[in-house]
Write a protein that binds this ligand. Structure first.
Ligand SMILES: [Zn+2]
Length: 223
């Protein structure tokens, strides 16, 4: 959570206009308040549910809304996000770390970053735990390696071409950052690391964050 302070927002309705802009940019807003600056001018303070923001970009967007709006300060966590190595080492107990990692990115880039991190961790996990013995082909590899690996995280329902998590720990529950793309990457990296499964492609096809009843990933491959 970080708090931004904006000056030049004294006029009635300014806070509402700024909040609307932030929500449209994908930010989840926490507390909002108007404080006195000490010189009679008012300052708007808004908490954002992220651990990093692009100050220059945000200042430009606020200025575009009204040239009087000025971003005075950005306070709070600007770092402290876990590294990919830390997340990989904590598998399968990684949901809180993945969430902290996700919060360090802006909403526009978050899914892509989660996918890339998941991919590295999935490949690492395959090498560490599942690369021994003769390599398996699809769909046997899915059933004997990918599904058991995911079952350490949560309950999994699988077919030969789909993986469903009825209660994924990466789903934010509606009030936290949704991290389901981490698993798309995890599965993709895991399968790519296997010598006979590296042409498989994983895509998320349903997600509780989008109102679906469960999170489902389609796995496609050539036989
Ligand atoms: Zn989901």
């Amino acid at each position: 959570m970080i708090t931004i302070t904006i000056s030049g927002a004294d006029k009635t309705g300014s806070l509402a206009r700024i909040s609307t802009l932030l929500v449209r940019k994908g930010f989840r807003l926490g507390a909002q308040q108007v404080a006195e600056s000490g010189y009679g001018a008012k300052l708007v303070k808004i908490s954002l549910d992220v651990s990093q923001v692009d100050k220059v970009k945000l200042a430009a967007e606020l200025g575009g809304l009204n040239p009087d709006f000025r971003l005075v300060s950005v306070e709070g966590v600007q770092s402290g996000a876990p590294s990919i190595k830390e997340m990989a080492e904590r598998f399968p107990d990684i949901a809180p770390l993945v969430r902290a990692y996700a919060e360090s990115f802006s909403p526009e880039t978050r899914d892509q970053e989660l996918f890339q991190a998941g991919k590295k961790i999935g490949a690492f996990h395959y090498e560490k735990e599942w690369s021994f013995g003769s390599p398996l082909k699809m769909p046997v590899a899915l059933r004997r390696t990918l599904v058991p690996a995911l079952e350490k995280l949560a309950k999994v329902d699988a077919t030969d071409t789909s993986i469903t998590l009825p209660d994924s720990p990466l789903w934010g529950g509606g009030n936290q950052v949704n991290c389901c793309e981490f698993l798309t990457g995890f599965m993709q990296g895991f399968l790519e690391a296997g010598p006979l499964t590296n042409n498989a492609r994983v895509q998320k096809t349903a997600c509780r964050a989008k109102g679906d009843s469960q999170c489902t990933y389609a796995v496609s491959y050539d036989l």
